[in-house]
Design a binder for this molecule. Structure first.
Ligand code: HEM
Length: 155
């Protein structure tokens, strides 16, 4: 995984000092631009969710920093499995990714560069790639079995 960890960690440190304001801005923007995400989170106690988002990003960065790839992969895969249970679908990940990047850009102001944008976009895609593929694989398996069964139907 060619994630630019130092770049991410430095920029995240700047956001961490304003984590409450960051999380608040992120969620209010998410719900205005993509109201369908609010349906998924309506039962949620938002204060806890705001803290979770920043804590989850901090965990991901610290695992990446330690270059502990196995732990990174299993933490993120398990997070993805739980998210399937919450009803999160592929398109929601892109909604969250867009809003995450635009909120980071606003908070970092002049320090947000094209390089940093690419580094966060790559890291987010890598994370989503680990969180989501489980259900994609499951769909493929179901289809495969069905096709095999249909193959056996006598004509
Ligand atoms: C990189 C992407 C994401 C990260 C790091 C992340 C992180 C987290 C964390 C740490 C929790 C706390 C519960 C747990 O650990 O299972 C959580 C819960 C949740 N997340 Fe995410 N999340 C991500 C993407 C999304 C997306 C795209 C959606 C859909 C809009 C979403 C919706 C939810 C919901 C519905 C819960 C359950 C809240 C509850 O307890 O009621 N998350 N997320």
């Amino acid at each position: 995984m060619s994630i630019k960890v130092e770049l991410l960690a430095d920029s995240f440190d700047l956001v961490r000092s304003q984590k409450e304001a960051f999380a608040k801005t992120f969620y209010s923007r998410l719900f205005v631009i993509y109201p369908q995400t609010a349906n998924l989170l309506q039962e949620t106690y938002m204060k806890r969710q705001e803290a979770s988002l920043v804590a989850a990003l901090a965990t991901v960065i610290s695992l990446l920093k330690k270059a502990d790839n196995n732990q990174f992969v299993s933490v993120v895969q398990n997070l993805g499995k739980r998210h399937q249970g919450y009803g999160v679908k592929r398109e929601h990940y892109w909604m969250v990714g867009n809003v995450l990047l635009s909120t980071l850009a606003d908070f970092l102001g002049d320090r947000w560069t094209a390089n940093l944008n690419d580094a966060w976009a790559e890291a987010y895609q890598a994370i989503v790639g680990l969180m989501y593929p489980i259900s994609v694989n499951l769909d493929a398996t179901v289809r495969e079995h069905k096709e095999r069964r249909e193959d056996r139907v006598p004509v």
